[in-house]
Design a protein around this ligand. Structure first.
Ligand code: FES
Length: 159
């Protein structure tokens, strides 16, 4: 049985569904919301629950970019590398975030506090370059602002 960091069991997630095959994507979404990612064990349980092959669950999960297959950090840091952000220095901002977190884009810190990824465009091009910290959009980013933003967003009063 899969258990997330908050003690929510995977059975709690499945109990919200009836077992119809059409529920596959909502179940994957609910599982990721509860556990932070889709483990192999969870996908096997979903396949059993829906009475479908594991390959079908895995195939659906890998089709959508919204699903993750490794444990993610408590905080999601996304650096936009879309065109508008790129021409305004997003690469330097990404370098600064990687240095500050001590990880490369696509990785999670060993303490599972932060995951870092690149995104194509978050629809805030007028604010380029943009970094999204969890759900908070930070515009006109500069390398020198990175440390301050991470410290501010990760403080307990923002959790
Ligand atoms: S390109 Fe970065 S917000 Fe649009």
């Amino acid at each position: 049985m899969c258990i997330d960091n908050n003690g929510t069991s995977f059975g709690d997630v499945l109990s919200e569904f009836t077992g119809k095959r059409s529920e596959l994507i909502p179940i994957l979404q609910a599982t990721q919301n509860a556990m932070g990612y889709l483990s192999l064990e969870a996908m096997k349980e979903i396949a059993d629950f829906l009475s479908i092959p594991e390959s079908q669950v895995y195939g659906a999960a890998t089709f959508y970019a919204q699903f993750y297959f490794t444990r993610r950090g408590k905080h999601q840091v996304k650096v936009c590398l879309g065109t508008a952000c790129h021409v305004r220095g997003a690469t330097q901002v990404m370098d600064a975030v990687e240095r500050e977190l001590g990880i490369c884009c696509g990785d999670t810190t060993p303490d599972y506090e932060y995951s870092l990824e690149r995104v194509a465009c978050v629809g805030a091009c007028a604010l380029a370059p943009v970094v999204v910290f969890d759900e908070e959009v930070h515009g006109q980013m500069e390398s020198g602002k990175v440390k301050k933003i991470i410290k501010k967003e990760a403080s307990p009063i923002n959790v």
